[in-house]
Ligand binder design. Structure first.
Ligand code: GLY
Length: 379
């Protein structure tokens, strides 16, 4: 970098204006750093636009990944303060609600599997309880009368990722953080240290760069190959239905083996989500919508009466071990924050706080298992 334009120099640059990037910029600013966000299209136009926003570390639990469970639980704990501060600073509603979740078994086979998961949850000290069909329908009268049983998780919550992105944009602007619509084309290095990012609009200088490119991380040409993480796109399609906020179709997140239904404060519900290994294909397909509507109808027959508002597809950043990739790289000052797969919305607060901590010289702490170095091959 030949010149240091004061307007283009900040303590940190965040490349990627999805929820992870914006939340990280927010926490960096909170820690007193000046920050520039570089986003090539528009903030929140990737996976954050499509995500249902379930904050369900217990209900969505996969016991194959205990480190992920620990990160998810930590981030869930951080959520109320995280959104509380954004909402009080901006006056905007992020759609965060402590609504709880009901995981429903629709037949006897599903019931056996759901009970097994609940027992595992309980053996880890997590709070979930079994409800028979009548008790489940007392809580959620709209669910299928033929259900076999359900697990109630009162701790699970929901947020509206699009509303959260909008609130963060407003909050960042109020805090003097610039969001530049410009594509990163390269890193500026001085020896082994990053000192800026190149874009078609010129060079931006900073002492630290956070790479939060979501599903594109594995192919991002601006990241030197040796630090590009093994992230691949995993397509997810969702359907949005409109309903009456005075008479909502459900009060809680509802889940079955094949679909989840996330309620919004304005009466809408989001049906999600397909999991498809289709590369960067983002087409909404008849098959995808059919599957979601069919399974949602089995779970909550009232969806048949709701207005079809649309369907979208997005790309989750998947990794070989389903853990995110968060941490320092071999390029000094360059930090990765990507690979959140199915947990990007939930993991935003712990990612953002941890990355701000790393830039401030702290140890990785809660996100230690997400280190990018775990993929380094032994020679
Ligand atoms: N977190 C839910 C999903 O990725 O579909």
């Amino acid at each position: 970098m030949k010149t240091r334009d004061k307007n283009r120099t900040s303590d940190a640059i965040v490349v990627g204006g999805g929820l992870i990037g914006l939340a990280t910029a927010w926490e960096l600013r909170e820690a007193g750093a000046s920050v520039t966000v570089l986003e090539k299209e528009s903030p929140g136009c990737g996976a954050s636009r499509v995500a249902a926003g379930m904050l369900a570390p217990i209900g969505e639990l996969d016991f194959g990944e205990p480190e992920l469970l620990a990160m998810n639980l930590k981030s869930r704990e951080l959520y109320p303060d995280f959104v509380g501060k954004i909402e009080s600073e901006t006056g905007l509603d992020t759609g965060y609600r402590n609504c709880g979740a009901l995981h429903v078994a629709l037949d006897r086979d599903e019931s056996g599997e759901l009970k097994r998961i609940m027992e595992l949850q309980q053996s880890h000290g997590l709070d979930s309880k079994w409800l028979g069909p009548m008790a489940a329908r007392d809580l959620e009268p709209g669910i299928s009368p033929s259900l076999a049983g359900a697990v109630l998780v009162e701790e699970d919550a929901v947020v509206d990722p699009r509303a959260l992105v909008e609130a963060l944009r407003a909050g960042l602007s109020g805090r003097g953080v610039r969001i530049e619509i410009s594509e990163a084309t390269g890193l500026v290095l001085e020896g082994d240290r990053v000192i800026g990012v190149e874009t078609p609009a010129g060079t931006f200088g900073a002492g630290a760069v956070v790479a939060a490119p979501g599903a594109e991380a594995g192919i991002a040409p601006w990241l030197p190959e040796e630090v590009r993480p093994p992230v691949r796109p995993v397509k997810g399609q969702v359907v949005e239905l409109g309903g009456d906020p005075e008479d909502p179709a459900c009060q809680r997140i509802l889940g079955s083996e094949r679909v989840y239904i996330a309620p919004r404060p304005d009466g809408r519900v989001i049906l999600g989500a397909t999991v498809e290994e289709m590369g960067f294909d983002q087409r909404v397909t008849g098959g995808g919508i059919h599957e979601l509507l069919r399974e949602a109808y089995r779970l909550l027959p009232d969806v048949a009466e709701m207005e079809f508002l649309g369907a979208t597809a997005g790309l989750r950043p998947g990794t070989p071990d389903n853990l995110p990739v968060i941490g320092r790289t071999e390029i000094e000052g360059l930090i990765l924050a990507t690979g959140h797969y199915r947990n990007g919305i939930l993991l935003a607060p712990v990612t953002a706080k941890s990355v701000a901590g790393l830039i401030g010289g702290e140890e990785p702490g809660a996100i230690g298992a997400a280190s990018p170095h775990r993929f380094e091959r032994e020679e």
